[in-house]
Each structure stands twice: as structure tokens, then as C-alpha cells.
Design a protein around this ligand. Structure first.
Ligand SMILES: Cc1ncc(COP(=O)(O)O)c(C=O)c1O
Length: 435
């Protein structure tokens, strides 16, 4: 007799009732599978992980959160524990407006702020609002994986525009905008970019905004790492330079805690209103408890102190990583020197396959993300991303020393592989997502 497909007694796998993957929609791309496996290395025990863009737990304001939670529940538990308006609670929208005035010098009415469930939700809402299958989206090459996945997941054609040390190249962007099939969106991360750590120069910011204005092109500015420059300075935001053509997506994940899953969107009214309508169709509202907590945290003046400590910590870790790279890497390897954020970008000798080296690296107890997935067209096979945000300085030195042994020779794998095995790690732990 056939077993009930949902019978999980005895812990065995249920009998498959159908070929579910054959029925998946075309947009449910399987492209993320390999990446999920790579990122899962970050959760492995005894691995020095430079893979995920995770904030340092040392920066989490545990005591302040405890105090503020107690206060806000005593003051208004009925709001904190209830559904909230799709656009966000008034206190949270006012707090974002205050933050943007303080950090970017731009005034936005709280009524024009959309509170999102993290930065990635802002991207999803925007993508769903604008993109039909086949629409073009321009991005920096390389760029944030979550963005490529959000756009490609809607079957958009994602096109990378080359960067140099000053960020996206203005001439290359102008060429990409000039073609007969204009893109729907231009997506940029101007500050301490994920994955390279590079920032768009102040002069280029003007140029990029003017180009987009001339082409009536919507510019999406992702400011995930903007407040994390090591010296506390920042160039003008694109949104402050062009509120008529820029939608800014922000997140509290890197400056407060990803545990809240909170972010914001500001920009042209019709765009933000359409994103709000799209949010009604997804999670309906961000969690009220987190919104009230964030509002008290920001308006209570706690953020400034936390940012000062976080910047100092990330500066120490970045300095440690750059120093370790200089000590341990062969002369064929180059890397960026970040002035903020979580990441640096490493380029190995031509012919080194960083994707193939993830397994040997795991056996050496070190994890990183290979470069190719950060390019929409899969270039970057000899490149990789290193996050210094979560490892302490001793681990950084040791992890880079181990990685250097792999990058000495093209394709070099110094560890003997047990006969007959190709799997990089025996028992992958659960995925940690793709920050
Ligand atoms: C550039 C960039 N944008 C957005 C996000 C997503 O932020 P959140 O965790 O708030 O969804 C990340 C996370 O790594 C990021 O690096």
C-alpha cells in the first residue's frame, strides 16, 4: 500500500507525490542553488568565514534594545503587537525622516516615507513595480547578489556596467543608456559597495544623476553601507542630488540589527506609492514592534554612539585584513582597500578558478564567496569577495594566511582529496542567506 505522502512518522522522507520542480514557474530560477551551498559554508563550525555580509554581533545594542522594548510595551503594547499601516507607523516614518535630515541634509515629509521589511524588500517591491520579462536593468559590474536575484527573478535582462576606482564609469553608463532599447532601472550602491568596497566619487555622482535625468531614467540608490565610512564622512547621496529621478533604498540591518528586518524607500511620489501598493500584495506591513523600537532608538539619539563604535570596529578589521593580505598573498594577487563598509574584492592571477577553490578552502577552514555570481554575465572567475565584518583580527590573519596557500598557483589545491570524493564539504549546514 502506498504511504501517505505527508506521513513523516519515523523521520523518513515522505513519498514524493509529484514532480513539483517540473511545475515551478519559469521565474523560480534554480540559479541560487549553488550559491546557497557556498554560503552555507559560513555556518560551518571551525570555519573562519569571510563569506556573508553579516554585522559584527559586538555592535548589537542589546541593553538599549532591552530597555526600549520594556518602555514601548509599557507605553503602547496595543500598537506594538498589532498589524501596522502598509506604509509604516507614523513614529517610524518620522524617525526615518529625521535620520535622512541628519545624515543626508535632505528634508522628506514623513508621509512620503515607505517603511520596508529590510533593504531587499525595497528592491523586490521596486522590481515588481517596474519590470516585465525582458526589460533591461543596468547595474555596476560586479554588484550585490540579492539585486541580481531580485531583477533576474522577474526575468529582467541584467546588464553590468564596468567600474573603476571611482565607481561606475560615466562613459560606459552613457553608452549603455544610449541604445535603442532603454533600460527601465539603473541600480547603484554608491557607498562602500557590496561586493568591492569601492565608492562613487562626488564628481561622478553629479554626472550619473544628470545622465539619468537627461534620459528620464529611474536611478535606484542602495545606501546599505552609507553610514559605515571609517572616518564618518560621506559624499552627497544621489537622492539628495536628484530627488526627481532617484529612489533611495535604505536598511537598518547594517547600522542597527538585521534582526529587525527594517528599511526604507524615499523618492518620486508616484514610485513610492506604487511600491506601497506592491507591499499590500506581499507582507502587508513591516512588524510594528521593530518599527517602534527603531523609532525610539533613532529619536532617542542612540544611533550616533553605536555608529561611532561600529565604524571603529570595522576600520580595525579592514586594516587587519589589508595588512594580512600584504603579508601573506603572492604578488599576482590584487585587492581593493575599503574606506568603509564590510567588504573588499580580491583579484587572483588569470586562470585561478575561485569557484572551484571553495571546496579546498572549506577543507582548510576558510570561506569566501567566489566572484562570478556577482556579475550578471558570470565573469570574474579569478575574483572573490571577502567580508571582514564578522571575524576578529586574529581570525582574519589566520584565514588570509590559509587562503594565500590556495592562491599561490593557478588552480592550486594543496590538500590531498580523499579518493572518489568531489563534494567540497561532508555535511552542509543550513543556509545563512545571501547578504
Ligand atoms: C547592498 C545591499 N543592499 C541591500 C541589502 C539587504 O539588506 P536587508 O538585510 O536589510 O534586506 C544588503 C545585504 O547584504 C546589501 O549588501
Amino acid at each position: 500500500m502506498a504511504r501517505d505522502p505527508l506521513d513523516r512518522r519515523g523521520g523518513s522522507t515522505p513519498v514524493p507525490a509529484g514532480d513539483w520542480p517540473a511545475q515551478f514557474a519559469a521565474r523560480a530560477s534554480r540559479a541560487g542553488d549553488e550559491l546557497t551551498a557556498i554560503l552555507s559554508l559560513a555556518a560551518a563550525r571551525d570555519v573562519i568565514t569571510f563569506s556573508g555580509g553579516f554585522p559584527a554581533p559586538e555592535t548589537f545594542p542589546v541593553e538599549a534594545v532591552q530597555d526600549l522594548l520594556g518602555e514601548l510595551l509599557a507605553a503602547d503594547a496595543a500598537t506594538a503587537l498589532q498589524y501596522s499601516p502598509t506604509e509604516g507607523l507614523p513614529q517610524a516614518r518620522a524617525a526615518v525622516s529625521q535620520l535622512l535630515l541628519e545624515t543626508q541634509g535632505s528634508v522628506v515629509d514623513p508621509g512620503d516615507v515607505l517603511v520596508t521589511s529590510g533593504g531587499i524588500e525595497g528592491l523586490q517591491l521596486l522590481a515588481r513595480t517596474f519590470l516585465e520579462p525582458g526589460d533591461r536593468v543596468l547595474v555596476e559590474a560586479p554588484t550585490y547578489l540579492g539585486a541580481i536575484m531580485a531583477f533576474a527573478g522577474l526575468q529582467a535582462e541584467v546588464q553590468g556596467v564596468p567600474m573603476d576606482a571611482d565607481g561606475i564609469r560615466g562613459d560606459a553608463l552613457a553608452t549603455a543608456l544610449a541604445g535603442p532599447h532603454p533600460p527601465k532601472l539603473v541600480y547603484l550602491i554608491p557607498d562602500h559597495q557590496n561586493p568591492t568596497g569601492l565608492s562613487l566619487s562626488a564628481q561622478r555622482r553629479q554626472e550619473v544623476v544628470e545622465l539619468c535625468r537627461r534620459h528620464a531614467e529611474l536611478l535606484v540608490e542602495d545606501v546599505a553601507y552609507r553610514e559605515l565610512s571609517f572616518d564618518g564622512t560621506a559624499a552627497p547621496s544621489l537622492w539628495s542630488l536628484g530627488p526627481d529621478v532617484v529612489v533611495q533604498l535604505g536598511t537598518f540591518s547594517k547600522i542597527l540589527t538585521p534582526g529587525l528586518r527594517l528599511g526604507w524607500a524615499v523618492g518620486p511620489g508616484p514610485v513610492v506609492r506604487a511600491m506601497t501598493a506592491a507591499k499590500q500584495n506581499s507582507d502587508q506591513c513591516a512588524g510594528a514592534l521593530g518599527q517602534l523600537l527603531m523609532a525610539r532608538y533613532v529619536t532617542g539619539g542612540h544611533l550616533a554612539g553605536m555608529l561611532t563604535r561600529a565604524r571603529a570596529l570595522y576600520r580595525r578589521r579592514a586594516t587587519a585584513m589589508v595588512g594580512a593580505l600584504a603579508r601573506h598573498m603572492p604578488p599576482t594577487v590584487r585587492w581593493t582597500s575599503p574606506t568603509g563598509g564590510f567588504f573588499l574584492w580580491l583579484t587572483a592571477a588569470e586562470g585561478v578558478d575561485t569557484r572551484a577553490l571553495t571546496g579546498p578552502a572549506a577543507r582548510l577552514g576558510v570561506a569566501y564567496v567566489p566572484g562570478a555570481p556577482f556579475y550578471p554575465d558570470g565573469r570574474g572567475s579569478n575574483e572573490l569577495r571577502l567580508a571582514y565584518s564578522r571575524a576578529d583580527e586574529a581570525a582574519i590573519d589566520e584565514g588570509i594566511r590559509r587562503l594565500a596557500t590556495l592562491l599561490q598557483t593557478p588552480g592550486g589545491d594543496p590538500l590531498p582529496r580523499p579518493a572518489g570524493t568531489t563534494a567540497p564539504i561532508p555535511d552542509p549546514p543550513p543556509s545563512e542567506g545571501a547578504p
